[in-house]
Design a binder for this molecule. Structure first.
Ligand SMILES: *Cc1c(COP(=O)(O)O)cnc(C)c1O
Length: 393
C-alpha cells in the first residue's frame, strides 16, 4: 500500500530541495526591469557570486540550465578546430566534451572510468607530451553527479603547472558550488561553470560562468563566440538588459538573492561546507553497514574521493529500480536514479544544498524499509548514521 501522504522528501542530486523562503521570495508581481531595485539587487548577486566562487573573476549569469553554461564556457574560449583535453570521471565531463565536439572543438578524452577520480599524474604526463601546446584547454568536473566521485581540483592545477603547460583550466562545479570547499583564484582555475539548482538552492534555470583574467585573453582570440553567449556585453553592459542579452530572469534573481543571503550571511560558506561533511559522513556510515553484505557497495572504492554532495550506491543483484519505486511510491522518499551505465544497478542519494539530519534519516530509513519490503538481506546502517550526527550535534 502507499503510505506517502505526508511531505514528500526529495533526495535526488539536483534539483535539490528549495527552502520555503526561496519559494516565497519569488511570489511577487513582475518588477520594473529598466530601473530601480532589480538592478541594485542584481549587482549584489554578482558580488555574492564572486564570494561563493572565491574569486575576483567576473560572474556571467545565463538564463539556462547547466548545459547552457557549458556551452557559454566553450563558445567564449575556443576557435573551431582547437583541441580540448577532457578529463572523464563518470558522465558529466564526457557530456561537456561531446558538446564541445558538436561545436567544432577537437576533443581528446583522458578517462578514469566510472569508479575513480582523475589521476593528476596522468594529466601531467599527457600535457608534457604535448610539446607543441596543441591542447588549448583542460576540462574537468569537481564532483561527477553520476559516479559521485570528488576530483582534487588543486592537484590537477598543480599537474598542469608541473608540465609547464599554458592550457586554460575550466572546472564544472554545477553539482557542488556552495556545498564543498572551492577556491577558484587560489587554485588557479580560469573558468568555473556552475548552476542554480544544486548547492545554490534556487530553481533550475540560471547558470554561471566565473571568468578569470587569463580566460579573457583566450576570449579575445576565440572564434566560436556568438552574440547571445558572448561574455563581453554581459560583463560590460552599456544598458542593463545587455547583462542578460534580453529580459532578466526576474524571479530567479529574487530566489537567488534569498538563497545567497541564507548561505553567505546566515549559515556562512564554511558552515555549509562543514554541514555537508557531517551529513555525507552520516550517509557513508550507513552505506558502509549496508556494504557488509554481498549486495551493496560504494561506487567509489577510494574513501578520499567520495563526494560530500551525492553518494552513488551499487546494488549488485538487488533491483535498484524496484527499490526506488517502493521508496517513492510507498514511502514518499524520492531517491536518485542510476545514470547511464548505472541504470537499474545503482541508486543515488543526493545530500546537497538545503538538507539537514531528519532529511538524511528519511533517505536512509526509506532505503532500509524498501530493502526490508523486498526481503533483500541488509545490515541496518541508520544507527551508524545517528552516531556520526550525534558527535557533531
Ligand atoms: C547537474 C549537472 C550538470 C547539468 O546541469 P543541467 O542543469 O542539468 O544542465 C552538469 N554537470 C554536473 C557536474 C552536474 O551535476
Amino acid at each position: 500500500m502507499t503510505l506517502r501522504f505526508g511531505r514528500e522528501f526529495l533526495s535526488i542530486p539536483g534539483p535539490s530541495v528549495m527552502p520555503d523562503r526561496v519559494l516565497r521570495a519569488m511570489h511577487r508581481p513582475a518588477p520594473n526591469i529598466y530601473e530601480g531595485d532589480l538592478i541594485d539587487m542584481t549587482h549584489s548577486i554578482l558580488a555574492d557570486l564572486k564570494r561563493v566562487g572565491r574569486t575576483k573573476g567576473e560572474p556571467i549569469i545565463y538564463i539556462a540550465n547547466g548545459h547552457g553554461a557549458w556551452e557559454g564556457a566553450i563558445a567564449n574560449t575556443f576557435s573551431r578546430g582547437d583541441k580540448a583535453l577532457v578529463l572523464g570521471s563518470g558522465r558529466f565531463a564526457i557530456g561537456w566534451g561531446e558538446m564541445a565536439e558538436a561545436m567544432g572543438v577537437s576533443v581528446e578524452l583522458l578517462d578514469a572510468g566510472d569508479r575513480a577520480p582523475v589521476d593528476p599524474n596522468r594529466v601531467e604526463e599527457r600535457l608534457r607530451a604535448d610539446t607543441a601546446h596543441e591542447i588549448r584547454a583542460v576540462l574537468v568536473v569537481q564532483v561527477d553527479t553520476a559516479s559521485s566521485v570528488w576530483n582534487d581540483v588543486a592537484a590537477i592545477r598543480q599537474a598542469i603547472d608541473a608540465a609547464g603547460h599554458p592550457a586554460l583550466f575550466m572546472v564544472d562545479c554545477i553539482a557542488c558550488l556552495g556545498s564543498v570547499p572551492y577556491e577558484m583564484d587560489e587554485w588557479g582555475v580560469d573558468v568555473t561553470v556552475s548552476g542554480s539548482q544544486k548547492g545554490l538552492m534556487t530553481p533550475p534555470g540560471v547558470s554561471f560562468n566565473h571568468v578569470g583574467e587569463k580566460a579573457w585573453e583566450w576570449h579575445a582570440k576565440a572564434n566560436l563566440r556568438s552574440s547571445y553567449w558572448d561574455w563581453e556585453r554581459r560583463a560590460k553592459p552599456e544598458v542593463f538588459y545587455q547583462r542578460f542579452a534580453g529580459t532578466s530572469p526576474t524571479h530567479h534573481l529574487f530566489a537567488l538573492r534569498e538563497a545567497l543571503t541564507m548561505l553567505l550571511e546566515e549559515e556562512t560558506l564554511e558552515g555549509a561546507w562543514a554541514r555537508h561533511r557531517v551529513l555525507a559522513d552520516a550517509v557513508r556510515a550507513a552505506v558502509a553497514e549496508w556494504a557488509k553484505g554481498n549486495e551493496i557497495e560504494f561506487n567509489i572504492p577510494d574513501p578520499a574521493h567520495r563526494s560530500d554532495v551525492v553518494t552513488t550506491v551499487l546494488t549488485n543483484g538487488i533491483d535498484a529500480d524496484r527499490l526506488r519505486r517502493i521508496s517513492d511510491g510507498s514511502l514518499g522518499v524520492v531517491l536518485g536514479v542510476g545514470l547511464g551505465d548505472f541504470n537499474g544497478r545503482a541508486f543515488r542519494i543526493g545530500h546537497m544544498g538545503w538538507v539537514n539530519p531528519p532529511m538524511i534519516y528519511a533517505a536512509l530509513g526509506a532505503v532500509e524499509t524498501a530493502l526490508a519490503a523486498m526481503k533483500a538481506p541488509y545490515h541496518s546502517g541508520v544507527e551508524a548514521a545517528t552516531k556520526v550526527i550525534a558527535r557533531a550535534a
